[in-house]
Write a protein that binds this ligand. Structure first.
Ligand SMILES: NC(=O)c1ccc[n+]([C@@H]2O[C@H](COP(=O)([O-])OP(=O)(O)OC[C@H]3O[C@@H](n4cnc5c(N)ncnc54)[C@H](O)[C@@H]3O)[C@@H](O)[C@H]2O)c1
Length: 469
């Protein structure tokens, strides 16, 4: 999206304010630049010296379409500045958006220490009334807990209100999503504070104002549902493959139902990234903390855990064994359009192949991973060179434009496992590749598939008579 595509009628905040944004990551940097575009004056605090140096030098620490233009424009307009000094950022400012990470702990429960720390810093720096707006994804109860926590650090007479304003943007479409929200959710303990924060956004945007716990749960429940759709798609795809049905057709047909919708109904190597796995385990941890069963969420997690292993097993079945084999892996980012490799199923897949004794050479157009046991190359044909099999793990559009004939010439084998459904299988098959995917590829035994329906159609014992006729 370019800025010119923004509708000028919606691209203005209800009330321009001075705001501080804490954290210049995917959410904070996007929010800071987009809020500046809406007319606010934004000071963005970032503690990572490398990130801050990049931003101060006019560079971009993340790959996000449209964001570098917005940042450059508003550094120029003077409405967007970066600093490591929270006191400077809070000068004449009564609103701070907290956009720090809330990663999972090893046990899956959320680690909220960055949030607590950032909130205390802001409250001490403000030294006067302040509204903390939590954009980070947090378990229900966190905003109220944060109010209690910072209460121990307030100056005499200083009033701190904490508002929940969860962020729903998708990496790779962050700027577009910010300006085209399905909804802006604001959870506030006091109506006047909720109204003030609503004025950060254009009045015409769809707004849901509610209590804080509900706002926090909306975010957790939304991501859990999206993860559930992906796991459901993987389960249907596995079933389609076993039955000899076409997974792509089945899921397209299911998604065309307006009550279901086709988004996120895509089989593949499983969901990853910094949000869905973390928010799903957070949802489960929250449910456990109040003794509520989270059956669907747990099943979603189990299906996702099995997705990578199913792919590795499929490759092993097609190659005979993985030990000593050379595999090319295309894609490392957790999805196309981003350089984010946090909890990337593509990286997990490459690592799992190495763990089973294969040598892996991987390519990604923008992402890279440090400290891996596999080689990373800058040309996809290099990744394929001499490979017994090629795995497409991230659906980057550039992979659809690869020349199958050239790949066939450089590879040693003929196996292509298109886990991301990124290729045109027919053109690859036409030059002699054996193309497999999720829900597609392995030979199906048709007799058992028909046997049970036959048994369900006629009286017990009659099937034997039927099939011997
Ligand atoms: N990434 C997404 O697509 C996305 C979407 C919606 C919601 N969220 C949620 O938003 C939150 C942030 O996610 P992210 O992906 O932007 O994280 P991130 O790790 O990319 O960015 C967080 C930034 O905060 C900085 N930081 C930490 N403590 C700080 C402090 N005290 N002062 C200043 N800077 C500080 C870090 O250095 C880092 O740059 C998380 O809770 C996440 O779940 C993320």
């Amino acid at each position: 999206m370019t800025l010119n595509e923004l509708d000028p009628n919606v691209a203005a905040a209800a009330r321009p304010m001075r705001v501080c944004v804490v954290g210049a990551g995917y959410v904070g940097l996007t929010a800071a630049a987009c809020l500046a575009e809406l007319g606010h004056t934004v000071r963005c605090v970032e503690t990572d010296p490398a990130k801050l140096a990049t931003l101060s030098a006019g560079g971009m620490p993340i790959h996000e379409p449209g964001l570098s233009e917005l940042v450059a424009n508003h550094r120029g307009s003077g409405r967007l500045t970066f600093t490591s000094d929270v006191v400077e950022a809070m000068e004449d400012t009564a609103v701070a958006l907290l956009c720090v990470a809330t990663p999972p702990r090893l046990d899956g429960e959320p680690d909220l220490r960055q949030l607590g720390h950032a909130a205390i810093e802001v409250v001490i720096a403000a030294n006067s009334d302040v509204v903390l707006v939590v954009k980070s994804t947090v378990p229900p109860g966190s905003c109220e807990a944060l109010e209690l926590l910072v209460g121990g650090y307030t100056a005499d007479g200083q009033r701190v209100s904490v508002v929940s304003n969860p962020e729903f943007l998708r990496e790779s479409e962050a700027v577009w999503d910010f300006f085209n929200p399905d909804r802006v959710v604001i959870g506030a303990g006091r109506a006047d504070v909720g109204e003030l924060i609503a004025q950060l956004y254009p009045a015409r945007w769809p707004l849901l104002v509610c209590d804080r716990r509900s706002a926090e749960l909306i975010k957790y429940a939304s991501n859990t549902f999206l993860a559930m759709k992906i796991s459901f798609a993987n389960e249907v795809a596995a079933l389609a493959e076993a039955l000899g049905a076409e997974a792509g057709n089945v899921l397209a047909g299911v998604g065309l139902d307006g009550r279901i919708g086709g988004a996120f109904l895509t089989p593949g190597p499983g969901f990853g990234g910094s949000c869905l796995p973390k928010d799903l385990s957070g949802f489960i941890a929250v449910a456990d903390s109040v003794n509520q069963p989270a059956f669907l969420a747990r099943a979603t997690q189990r299906v996702n855990d099995g997705a990578r292993e199913a792919l590795v097993n499929k490759l092993e079945a097609t190659l005979g064994c993985l030990s000593g084999r050379q595999i090319g892996v295309l894609g490392l980012a957790f999805k196309p359009g981003t350089n984010d490799v946090r909890h990337s199923p593509a990286v997990g897949l490459a690592e799992a192949l190495v763990a089973r004794g294969a040598t892996v050479r991987a390519h990604d157009p923008v992402a890279s991973v440090s400290g891996t046991l596999f080689e990373q190359v800058v040309d996809p044909y290099d990744a394929a060179s001499g490979a017994d099999a090629l795995v497409v793990a991230t659906a980057w559009p550039v992979y659809r434009r690869l020349a199958p004939k050239r790949l066939r010439e450089v590879m040693g084998g003929t196996i292509v496992l298109d886990a991301a459904d990124a290729l045109d299988a027919h053109t690859f098959a036409a030059v002699g590749f054996d193309v497999y995917g999720v829900g597609r590829g392995l030979p199906t035994l048709f007799a058992p598939v028909l046997w049970r329906p036959l048994e369900w159609m006629v009286d017990t014992g009659a099937v034997d008579t039927l099939v011997t006729q």
